[in-house]
Ligand binder design. Sequence first.
Ligand code: NAD
Ligand code: IPM
Ligand code: MN
Length: 348
Amino acid sequence: MPRIAVIAGDGIGVEVIGGALQVLRRVNERFGTKLEFVEFDWGAEKYLREGITLPDGALQMLRSEFAAILLGAMGDPRVPDNRHAADILFGIRFGLDLYANVRPVRLLHEKLCPLKNARLEDIRFTIFRENTEGSYAGIGGSFKKGTPDEVSVQEEIHTYKGVHRIIEYAFEYARERSLTSVCMSDKSNVMRYAGELWLRTFDDIKARYPGIKPSHLYIDALALLMIRQPQQFQVIVTNNMFGDIVTDIGAALQGGLGMAASGNINPNVTSMFEPVHGSAPPLAGKNIANPMGAILTSAMMLEHLGLAEAARAVEAAVVGCINEDKTTSDIGGRLGTREVAAAVTGKL
Ligand code: NAD
Ligand code: IPM
Ligand code: MN
């Protein structure tokens, strides 16, 4: 019985995870998958009430008792520094060493793409975002704060281990799926020290994959080409911050943040699946958030758990609903969050 830790979190996280769970329960009935869901109330509400963010022992529990984690979103205007979000989200990403943030960019219907004349096959690639270091390391400090002489330092770290394993993960992903190109993107023309490490490591690893065409782009050029020529990409690998930014561009290509799925993966540890979007406070509690990103994220989780047939069925059900305009307003439909989740569940 694979146990799934469910952390709905804040804002629309609660609503979209509610939808995803409805779909996953239907998957259990139809495929006999026997997934067991254990819900955790970690998030802003608990933090404001009890002062607890990520409870003591949580990481050990997730590691030893769960097959996967499904997370909605963290972020609440009542916690202006989002301290709980950092503790929970980064606590799990960093604490479980989930180094590969895998974010597929896949257009499910032409009508969802903001680009003119885009075809489905034009927008079908996967971004591998380094997920444990870079500018997310939180290293730095302030000096003479609040004075005209204020100085702030925000450092990045890039380790050989961290860079090596994410680039290798991207190449392995390409090899396993017979994909023929991997693009590494950085800003090595300016960030010379980190850039040199990324470029050298990329060169070392690409030599081991003669069947895969390697390419390199500066991140600004990548941002442009994702819009102008998205069809050239199959696999993109980049650092934590650049990956954060370009995966929002990737989300736009698929129809918006409501459509984008992601996994935080370490092949040897309990991995975490979460939609790319956040808690969208203005949308929260209104039954208008698009649950498809969270549902497609659940499909990624099923695939990761070895339940590929169920994953394909969930994706097909989402596509079926899009074809019939059984969607929320962000992608042109008239339904609410609950109604879309029910429609996807119905197709299963
Ligand atoms: P956001 O993704 O929450 O929302 C930005 C906008 O995108 C929304 O206002 C809405 O117009 C649209 N949108 C996002 N998700 C949608 C959905 N499912 N359906 C329809 N429209 C959707 O980003 P933000 O406003 O920059 O951040 C809000 C909070 O969420 C912040 O606290 C931020 O730190 C946090 N955040 C958390 C995560 C996470 O937990 N993984 C990810 C991103 C942002
Ligand atoms: C994401 C989010 C997070 C990130 C925020 C909420 C810290 O934007 O998962 O894309 O930057 O990683
Ligand atoms: Mn982001």
